[in-house]
Ligand binder design. Structure first.
Ligand code: NAG
Ligand code: NAG
Ligand code: NAG
Ligand code: NAG
Ligand code: NAG
Ligand code: NAG
Length: 403
């Protein structure tokens, strides 16, 4: 190895923190697989709390309906962990003095059931009047041990956003010193507005709509440090609100036999605002593909979960091309949107994922608000070619009557 390369490696790995340690034995307070070797996650996307009358079809009563769905899904199959995968709030409509109360309202079903959660933020969380850094701080304050949302990357708010972190999941063996088995990675795809700023003509300042380069550098650094610390591949899954650039134009190519689910909207992907030549953008789509390269070259990455396009809920298989350097195809999945705020009339629901301690397969499906299940697939080595019966393909049903 060249000396300068070695020095660089030493310098950057010195900057990476060792994987979080937790109290041992009875004091262990990390997350771990159940005794049956499973760890179940429910992903709630696009909750859009806080919309007033006239903005969405339901106005403020929509939030109560959203709470009802979250509660019934949690009661139906209590998960080990919940992911709130972006656009928790429609914060542009929430006055600053009401933001924390609205966060409390949305977290109430998780707190009363003792379900730990981690959030990623989306463009509607990040507005000129709402800072996602304050949101994360409030989640931690009100959620205590249940709140896993963090901000691990040093950087300017506009460059990095907030929700960039990982959560380690330990093995099912009870008692002292459990093994690190899996990692959940969370990324902030930004795309909202600068906090507390408007341009000269009084318009909110649009931010870049991709995972920032500093975050990509941190991710690569952490992966390298973990490889040194553990000397083995640690399987992982990733969550990011806005779909990665690789999902561009996938709507046209989705085969409902191999990727069951609703597919009713063109995918809005990271870097799209820049690509379309929007004047408010400060880069180009190549910046967004830097994150994709970092994902594609992550050994043991089992799947990436996104939201943002409310009218899609399939998983596709991303063939990582040679210049990205990945070894395997990586499943890229939408959730099911959950909120009664936001655009659309599709039935609400949530994506369930079952992680297993000793395999790299993920069992996943969508639970709809009435308890129906759709799009059940196995994210395994043959996902993408496995055919699922047409019975699994639930088209968007009519809206339930407004009550
Ligand atoms: C995860 O869900 C499966 C059913 O889908 C259940 O059998 C298992 O016990 C659950 N695991 C945990 C840790 O709750
Ligand atoms: C939402 O539910 C709460 C608690 O049940 C109630 O106090 C409030 O009036 C409801 N809000 C609307 C807009 O229906
Ligand atoms: C909301 O919570 C954050 C984090 O605790 C805090 O900084 C902020 O002042 C709170 N906002 C209000 C209006 O109390
Ligand atoms: C990809 O999508 C863009 C915008 O939606 C469209 O202009 C372009 O023709 C599409 N390209 C292909 C190869 O489908
Ligand atoms: C749930 O399943 C029932 C019975 O198949 C069906 O009538 C209903 O439309 C489904 N609901 C949704 C939201 O798809
Ligand atoms: C993947 O899962 C599908 C559905 O359960 C199954 O048909 C297929 O054989 C599995 N592939 C592998 C390699 O296990």
């Amino acid at each position: 190895m060249k000396r300068e390369h070695l020095l660089w490696l030493l310098a950057i790995t010195a900057g990476a923190a060792p994987v979080m340690q937790f109290g041992q034995g009875d004091d262990f307070d990390g997350l771990r697989f159940g005794v049956d070797g499973t760890f179940n996650i429910t992903i709630f996307e696009d909750l859009h709390f806080g919309e007033p009358e006239g903005v969405s079809q339901y106005g403020p009563s929509g939030d109560n309906k959203t709470t009802k769905i979250i509660s019934s899904i949690l009661d139906n199959a209590p998960p080990s962990f919940a992911v709130l995968n972006g656009d928790l709030l429609s914060c542009e409509y929430i006055t600053p003095d009401r933001v924390n109360a609205t966060i409390d309202q949305l977290l109430e079903p998780f707190k009363t059931r003792n379900v730990p959660w981690g959030s990623t933020y989306g463009p509607h969380d990040m507005t000129s009047t709402c800072s996602t850094r304050a949101m994360a701080a409030y989640e931690q304050k009100t959620g205590g041990q249940l709140a896993w949302t963090q901000d691990m990357v040093q950087g300017e708010y506009e460059e990095t956003g907030t929700s960039n972190y990982y959560v380690p999941i330990y093995g099912s063996t009870r008692g002292g010193n459990p093994n690190l088995v899996m990692l959940l990675w969370f990324f902030d795809s930004r795309g909202g507005k600068a906090f507390g700023k408007t341009s000269a003509d009084g318009i909110d300042v649009q931010l870049e709509d991709w995972v920032g380069q500093k975050v990509v550098d941190w991710f690569n650094l952490e992966k390298m440090a973990m490889a040194q610390q553990f000397k083995r591949v640690i399987p992982s899954v990733a969550f990011v609100h806005t779909p990665v650039y690789a999902m561009k134009n996938s709507t046209q190519r989705i085969d409902p036999n191999t990727s069951p689910g609703i597919n009713e909207e063109a995918v809005v992907y990271q870097g799209m605002a820049c690509e379309s030549g929007s004047k408010t953008c400060h880069g180009n789509e190549r910046a967004a593909s830097s994150f994709m390269q970092a994902l594609g070259s992550t050994q043991g990455l089992m799947a990436v979960f996104s939201g943002h396009s409310h009218g899609n809920d399939w998983c596709m298989s991303w063939t990582v091309d040679d210049n990205v350097g990945g070894e395997n195809d990586i499943p890229l999945c939408f959730g099911r949107w959950t909120g009664y705020g936001g655009y659309g009339t599709w039935a609400r629901g949530a994506r369930q994922i079952v992680l297993r301690e000793n395999t790299k397969e993920i069992d996943t499906w969508i639970t709809l608000e009435d308890g129906n299940i759709s799009g059940h697939v196995m994210l395994n080595a043959t996902f993408g070619t496995d055919e699922y019966s047409a019975v699994d393909v639930t088209k968007s049903p009519p809206l339930p009557p407004h009550t």
